[in-house]
Design a protein around this ligand. Structure first.
Ligand SMILES: Nc1ncnc2c1ncn2[C@@H]1O[C@H](COP(=O)(O)OP(=O)(O)OP(=O)(O)O)[C@@H](O)[C@H]1O
Ligand SMILES: [Mg+2]
Length: 370
């Protein structure tokens, strides 16, 4: 096991820069997920760590040793691809045993290690089969077994369960998590699925256009997104984002949305804290649907809004409330709003309201009630 350090890593393909000044330390035994949209540079970063791709500048250090001049085979790192890449003519046993063959260990030692990994993955009963006779999930278990069997310093996975159906992905997600808890291998895992990232990661690295946007625990990136990109990439349904203006009247502070169509009460501390940031420019606020709180009766700080659309999702509903020309999406108990056109009383939970500089997109770091 080992830690992995990336220092000022940059990568160009021809004149196109796809990785920009990436600095990241992955701790020994940590499970880190690289998360971002298609084309943001996740696979390139992973391949650079593995040694399958040269970097243009910067440094990659594994277990204390710079590895730029080491070939992939000499970095002692295992790679699991999205497509299983098993040897079709070899049995499951031989596929898993393959990386051990080069080590010239006695047959009994190889057998013991293969059986141990197969037991951990629940595929002992498949050892005699050929890959052609396996389901997609089992093929991927075999690919993971092959990566784990020689106990590499780190295991890198590029969307390893991306090709599976939704139910199987959920099962495999749990298995990968359990396996990591048992093995504690340093793991770097690539996905564009934020739910997968939240479920698996010790820390999530959010990438966009080759730039690290934020590195943090799942709850950190969810509760305190560093910018508008992260705010909208993490969480489903997505966070409401709207231009906003702060109005102070007779000591009361309000947040005006939809060009003034709705003015939500905020704690008085908002005004001084906003000025303290020195951000004089335009403001955007973000609030997740669970931060838009609805009531049937008017109460302190609520305003009256019309429900436009109701999306029943089983355990809860997502209700679109009309605010000026736009909408504010609220998460409610199932059936809370009976039909479109009904009016409800809404407030924004200040503790769940995020403030961003509209131009740069950066969070202003204001946490109300904190
Ligand atoms: N060998 C290559 N030559 C030229 N450009 C490349 C090469 N490999 C990747 N790219 C470009 O680099 C950028 C990053 O690609 P990368 O595969 O790392 O993205 P990704 O985040 O893994 O995306 P996805 O989620 O679609 O797999 C993309 O714009 C891609 O087109
Ligand atoms: Mg990729």
């Amino acid at each position: 096991m080992a830690d992995i350090v990336l220092r000022d890593v940059e990568k160009f393909f021809g004149s196109v820069q796809v990785i920009r000044k990436v600095n990241l330390t992955i701790k020994d035994g940590e499970f880190v997920v690289l998360l971002g949209p298609s084309g943001c540079g996740k696979t390139t970063t992973l391949r650079a760590i593995a040694g399958l791709e040269d970097i243009t500048s910067g440094e990659i250090v594994i277990d204390g040793k710079p590895v730029q001049n080491l070939h992939a085979a000499d970095r002692d790192i295992a790679f699991v691809f999205q497509l299983y890449a098993l040897y079709p003519h070899l049995s499951v046993f031989e596929n898993i045993a393959f990386p051990l063959r080069a080590t010239r260990q006695p047959r009994s030692a190889v057998e013991r290690q293969v059986r141990q990994v197969a037991a951990a993955l629940g595929i002992e009963h498949l050892l005699a089969r050929k890959p052609g006779a396996l389901s997609g999930g089992d093929m991927q278990r075999v690919a993971i077994g092959r990566a784990l069997v020689r106990r590499p310093k780190a295991i890198l996975m590029d969307e390893p369960i991306g090709a599976l159906d939704a139910k199987l992905r959920e099962d495999m997600r749990m298995e990968l998590k359990r396996l990591h808890i048992e093995n504690k291998s340093t793991s770097v895992y690539v996905t564009h699925d934020q739910v997968e990232a939240m479920a698996l990661a010790d820390r999530i690295v959010v990438m966009h256009d080759g730039v690290l946007q934020q590195v943090g625990t799942p709850s950190d990136v969810y509760a305190h997104p560093a910018n508008l990109f992260v705010a909208q990439f993490i969480g489903s349904p997505v966070m409401n984002i709207a231009p906003a203006a702060v109005k102070t009247e007779g000591g009361r502070v309000r947040l005006a949305l939809g060009g003034g169509a709705a003015a939500f009460e905020m704690p008085a501390e908002l005004a001084p804290r906003l000025s303290a940031t020195g951000a004089g420019g335009a403001l955007s606020i973000g609030v997740r649907p669970e931060g838009v709180q609805l009531a049937r009766e008017p109460a302190t700080g609520t305003i009256d809004l019309e429900a436009h659309l109701i999306e029943p999702l089983g355990a809860y509903d997502i209700v679109d409330l009309k605010v000026g020309e736009g909408f504010l999406r609220a998460r409610t108990p199932a059936g809370f709003v009976a039909r479109p056109g009904d009016r409800v009383h809404a407030r924004l939970d200040p503790a769940q309201t995020h403030f961003f500089d509209q131009r740069s997109g950066a969070s202003l770091g204001i946490r109300l009630g904190a």
